[in-house]
Design a protein around this ligand. Structure first.
Ligand code: MTE
Length: 347
């Protein structure tokens, strides 16, 4: 996030023609396809279009992952499809799977967009456990199977807007963070939730690098009402498949109205506290990155335009920039949480 200029367009962001020719692999719900395959391959922008209620976005068959452990397959057998209306659906073209899993920010694996997918071969998301601590009645170290057991998985199609002024539309698989939090019974003192990412120098080259800029572990936080908002998702999958390492396997946060850096990956610790936690990007550059980090086209960033964004992938057919929406288009669901706050001060 610190080094790339907004005008830099990486050639890998141009989606190859083959991706469009494979569009039908993304959508199993073929009865709802609007166009035939010929038209789909000729007109990329239309070929990307979502197809309405009951859509099940699926990773291409050749790229589907093996379950990290046997119990995952049962969990993923029955994913509730995304509805066909906001806020869990955007009506916009999905960013193809190939782009979602190859253009990433995950500094634990390196600072370039291709590093997380190239450098995460040794990473293991199983076995996995999460430590729950702080202001809760039920602290402890929970293994992931126990964390996930009571939760039904659902698909949600959200915009992801990075502070670097690129954006995607991604079908995540997960469950509401609020449902998880309730199980640990936060006390009345729990005003904030703090999250931490795994630190494993053995499998994370970015962590053992001498040039790392982050003071590991990567840390993020939310105010309690933000954490309990129905939009806030604990994601365990993408495109109907298990999360790949580069997207934060096995468990990551998705907060769609905030800049992408709030959506912390590979979570190993959730701590409930009375005071606002320190977070990675605020520690690094508080003038540029705030705790709230709500998507806000009116708040200037010194290196990236925040009033417009590049929707990935960029193709010959796409508009070069689209307008960025306040709260990333989720204002109806979240603006009331910030009533009376000066959002240019609390950015
Ligand atoms: N989480 C960790 N642990 N480390 C990171 O470097 N990068 C953040 C966020 N979560 C990051 C992280 C940033 S800047 C963005 S934009 C999103 O992850 C990108 O998510 P994606 O790669 O799945 O698109």
């Amino acid at each position: 996030m610190l080094i790339k200029k907004p005008s830099d367009i990486n050639p890998s962001e141009i989606t190859p023609e083959s991706v469009y020719k494979n569009r039908r692999q993304f959508i199993e719900d073929s009865g709802k396809l609007l166009l035939g395959a010929a038209a789909a391959s000729a007109l990329p922008s239309i070929a990307n279009a979502q197809t309405g209620a009951g859509l099940k976005a699926r990773a291409p068959a050749t790229m589907r992952r093996s379950p990290p452990a046997a119990w995952w397959a049962d969990k993923f057998a029955d994913i509730k499809p995304a509805p066909d209306s906001a806020p869990f659906y955007t009506g916009e073209a999905l960013t193809p799977y190939e782009d979602v899993v190859s253009y990433n920010n995950f500094y634990e694996f390196g600072m370039n967009k291709g590093d997380p997918s190239s450098n995460s071969g040794d990473y293991k998301a199983d076995p996995w456990s999460v430590e729950i601590s702080g202001e809760v009645a039920k602290p402890g170290v929970y293994n992931l199977e126990d964390i996930l057991k009571p939760h039904d998985l659902e698909e949600r199609i959200y915009r992801l807007r990075c502070v670097e002024a690129w954006s995607m539309v991604i079908p995540w698989v997960g469950f509401p963070l609020a449902d998880l939090i309730k199980r640990f019974e936060p006390t009345s003192k729990a005003k904030y939730v703090e999250f931490e990412t795994l630190v494993d120098p053995e499998t994370m080259p970015g962590v053992r690098s001498r040039f790392a800029i982050v003071n590991w572990p990567y840390r993020e936080g939310l105010r309690m009402d933000e954490a309990m908002n129905p939009l806030t998702l604990m994601a365990v999958g993408v495109y109907g498949d298990y999360l790949p390492p580069q997207n934060g396997a096995p468990l990551r946060l998705i907060v769609p109205w905030k800049y992408g850096f709030k959506s912390i990956k590979a979570i190993v610790k959730i701590n409930f506290r009375e005071t606002m936690p320190d977070t990675t990007w605020v520690d690094l550059q508080a003038q540029e990155y705030g705790f709230y980090a709500n998507v806000n086209p009116a708040v200037h960033h010194p290196r990236w335009r925040q009033d417009t964004e590049r929707r990935l992938p960029q193709t010959l057919f796409s508009r070069s920039r689209i307008a960025t929406q306040p709260f990333n288009g989720y204002g109806d669901q979240v603006a009331s949480m910030y009533e009376g706050m000066d959002l240019s001060r609390y950015y």
